[in-house]
Structures are given as C-alpha cells and as structure tokens.
Write a protein that binds this ligand. Sequence first.
Ligand code: ZN
Ligand code: ZN
Length: 188
Amino acid sequence: MDKGGAPIRRTLYIRPVGAIDPDTIRWLQKDMRASVNAPVEIMETMPVPADSFDPGRGQFHSTRILRELLLDVPDDAMKVQGIIADDIHIPILTYVFGEAQLGGVASVVSLARLAQRFHGLPDNGRLFLNRLHKESLHELGHTFGLLHCHDRNCLMYLSNTIMDVDKKGGSYCRRCFGTLLTTLDSGR
Ligand SMILES: [Zn+2]
Ligand SMILES: [Zn+2]
C-alpha cells in the first residue's frame, strides 16, 4: 500500500464461476503462482450469469462472463480469471477454451473440453491438469497484452482443438515471458 495512495495492484485472482471442484482451484492457484511468480488468491464463487446462457447452443457466452467478472474486481487485483465448468462460446466460433481481454483485467477458462470424457475417452486427471495449466496461462498471457506466438513450444501458440492444446509446449517462450514480466513489474 502506498502512503495514503491506492493499493498496489499486484495480485492475480482466480474466481470460480459456478460450482467447481475446490481441489482443482487450489491446484491452479499453486500452479499459477509458480509459473508467473506473483501472488495468486482465490475469490469467492460467483454464480454463472443467467443471461450468458444460449439455450439454442446449450453453451454460455464467454464475453458476458467477462463482463460480470469486471463488476467485482478487488482493489489489489492486477488480473481476475474466472474458471467455469460449462462449455463456452463466442458467437462467431463453435466453442472456445477461454476468452480474455487483450491487455485488460479479465479472462475466463472453461474446464469442459479439457476433460477426456468430453471427447468420449476415459478420464485422465494428469492430462486434464496439464491442459488447464496451458489454457489458464494462455488466457492470462492475453490479459498481459501477449498476442498469439509463432513458437509451437510456447503457451501463447494458438490452439483451435484439444489436439493443438496437447501438442504445444507448457511454458512461455523467452520473448513472451519477458513481456509478461515487464508488464507484471509495471503493475498494469
Ligand atoms: Zn489465444
Ligand atoms: Zn511465445
């Protein structure tokens, strides 16, 4: 806290959107903390915004979830990432793994397609967490202003399918991580 000033916005917040397994959220907190070396806290669960549901598609509209996340941002928050169990979309795409405000505060990640059972296969907890690690840090990267990266080993490589998620590497390339750290240090 600055003397008499506003609190320093340095904390990354994870916010469950609807019911989420608390172990998954706690695992993600540790994973994010270790990956970007910043304080990561968990906010209380927010209900899934009712107006984000599209009955025709049976999915939730991720942009509306971002809007709701922005209504309640803690004073010391640098970024807020919502985690939702349901499948999400934006109108021009069949589905998305997540959505983020480029260079903004909020992002959201869906767990639905990260689970093997969604694809008709037996569950694999390790694979699920590996995918969550990649997609959470990918969307977080966008909020730090990172664009898609051409390096296939980088987390910021574009993933259109779950195969793409599995193929790409599990860390930021040096360039992307450098940009992220500069932004993190500047407190924006
Ligand atoms: Zn992306
Ligand atoms: Zn990169």
